[in-house]
Design a protein around this ligand. Structure first.
Ligand SMILES: [Zn+2]
Ligand SMILES: [Zn+2]
Ligand SMILES: [Zn+2]
Ligand SMILES: [Zn+2]
Length: 248
């Protein structure tokens, strides 16, 4: 049986599915990756996602590692833009120390895995609009953990999760750390962090308010299973119930 090519897609890091050539560990298209140490390391000493344990992929074109499961991104000391790092280190630290994860780089290079390489976590605001059609765009926003390792200088951008702060499905936009690690459109320098935070809180409050207003229009009846009736109240002034549950 033919060996599988050890190469990866240049733009996404997805492992190649083609068989390797007869005198190589790579297929014809990935032959140029043969000497790439990062790609060879994927076989011998892969890094693992600190959040879900998956092997991280290396993305040659972007010079970063990413998790194919949660879309988290790992940048080492040399790969990260110094200005981006400065911004990260200026963010507010996440308080819950119990939730700290280990540095993917250090925990690979060492057998001593006793929490010595815990990342310091920072809360990073992100927000961006995606044009869905000519007249319609959708704004996604949230706050995610960014971890920094003081030992080796690696930085881990945790995956944003399935849904944003407003409950919208982030779906295929989930890879934004990788599209623009440090891009000012998505999460920027510190002054932008404050604006993104205010916008997020404003939108979340507006959504809660809208939901409250909807609830106020609904019948107050609660059945024996604790389920609330989802019919509208009757039009009558001061009415708290729907036509079915109104007091006779
Ligand atoms: Zn290949
Ligand atoms: Zn992951
Ligand atoms: Zn480290
Ligand atoms: Zn009712």
């Amino acid at each position: 049986m033919a060996k599988k090519c050890l190469g990866v897609r240049e733009d996404t890091g997805d492992p190649c599915k083609r068989p390797a050539g007869s005198r190589s560990d790579f297929c014809f298209a990935h032959r140029p990756q043969e000497g790439n140490e990062k790609i060879l390391n994927l076989q011998h000493d892969p890094y693992h996602c600190p959040d879900d344990g998956q092997k991280l992929w290396y993305v040659p074109r972007l010079k970063l590692h990413r998790c194919g499961m949660c879309d988290g991104v790992l940048l080492n000391e040399k790969e990260i833009d110094p200005l981006v790092l400065e911004s990260v280190l200026g963010l507010s630290k996440v308080a819950e120390e119990g939730l700290a994860v280990e540095c993917p780089t250090c925990s690979t290079d060492s057998d001593l895995s006793d929490g010595k390489f815990a990342l310091s976590n920072f809360a990073m605001e992100w927000g961006f609009a995606v044009q869905k059609s000519k007249y319609h765009s959708v704004y996604y926003c949230g706050v995610s953990n960014v971890g920094h390792c003081k030992v080796c200088g690696s930085t881990w951008f945790a995956g944003p999760g399935e849904r944003d702060a407003l409950g919208k499905n982030v779906g295929k936009e989930r890879g934004f750390w990788r599209v623009q690690p440090g891009g000012s459109k998505i999460w920027g320098p510190l002054d932008m962090q404050q604006r993104l935070r205010e916008e997020r809180l404003r939108l979340v409050a507006r959504k809660t308010e809208k939901r409250e207003r909807m609830r106020e229009k609904l019948c107050q009846h609660v059945d024996s299973n604790g389920e609330r009736c989802n019919r509208r109240k009757t039009q009558k002034e001061g009415s708290e119930y729907c036509f079915k549950h109104r007091p006779k």
